[in-house]
Design a protein around this ligand. Structure first.
Ligand SMILES: O=P(O)(O)OC[C@H]1O[C@H](OP(=O)(O)OP(=O)(O)O)[C@H](O)[C@@H]1O
Ligand SMILES: Nc1nc2[nH]cnc2c(=O)[nH]1
Length: 206
């Protein structure tokens, strides 16, 4: 284990985990075949982009990625790490303004993030998406749920711990975690500002 107690993660590990889970869970075919990815930034952006490559390898076409910005964790003063804030803050969301309106009805939407820790961020994202779907259904004169829009979740790492927030049962039926980790702080490669080779070596030591 690294001296700082963090579990270091390499780019290759993330790439290989995503590749393996597309196969294992049948993403893009009989498991869940998204036609829209909603990436929760910043941490979900790189995994979403990698996932899109493996989905394209199955279909020959790119699944569009929409970016949203949600933040819960804050940097502690003096480099003391990060701590969860009181609530999730929305910094960016889907564009519903004409002419670039994101049509959600009837789509298979996969929400992508790099880590499911307390689950607060995912619960917030899914609740917001569901309320957007309902709003679009109302606008279209449809009853709630009539559009048969499906929402799933893909995370690279799920921490094995009691979650602060639940996800709705239909979403849990389409919940995919590439790996499960103990409840330790994960040091992702994109957060490394010192020596990425040393970070990678720590991540990949047996
Ligand atoms: O399961 P939770 O306890 O909600 O934590 C998971 C979230 O925490 C991190 O986001 P962060 O708030 O650090 O924002 P960032 O991705 O922009 O760094 C991470 O990217 C997830 O979105
Ligand atoms: N980098 C990082 N961000 C997180 N957000 C929630 N949990 C974690 C974690 O373990 N590592």
């Amino acid at each position: 284990m690294a001296a700082d107690g963090k579990l270091h993660i390499s780019y290759n590990q993330i790439h290989q985990l995503i590749e393996g889970s597309v196969r294992q869970f049948g993403l893009g075919d009989d498991g869940f075949s998204p036609d829209l990815i909603v990436a929760i930034g910043g941490g979900g952006f790189i995994p979403a982009r990698i996932l899109r490559s493996f989905l394209k390898a199955k279909h020959g076409r790119n699944v569009p990625i929409q970016a949203v910005g949600l933040t819960l964790y804050e940097e502690l003063p003096g480099g003391a790490g990060e701590a969860a804030g009181a609530h999730v803050t929305k910094t960016q969301w889907l564009d519903f303004g004409s002419p670039t309106r994101v049509a959600l009805l009837g789509r298979r939407i996969l929400v992508v993030d790099e880590v499911d820790d307390s689950r607060k961020t995912l619960a917030y994202a899914v609740a917001e998406l569901r309320s957007d779907v309902e709003a679009q259904e109302r606008l279209a004169g449809m009853a709630p749920g009539a559009s048969a829009t499906e929402i799933g979740v893909f995370v690279v790492y799920n921490k094995d711990k009691p979650k602060a927030e639940p996800l709705p049962p239909p979403v849990m039926r389409r919940y995919f975690a590439a790996a499960t980790t103990p409840d330790r702080w994960l040091a992702f490669p994109w957060d490394c500002t010192s020596d990425i080779a040393a970070h990678t070596a720590l991540a990949e030591q047996p």
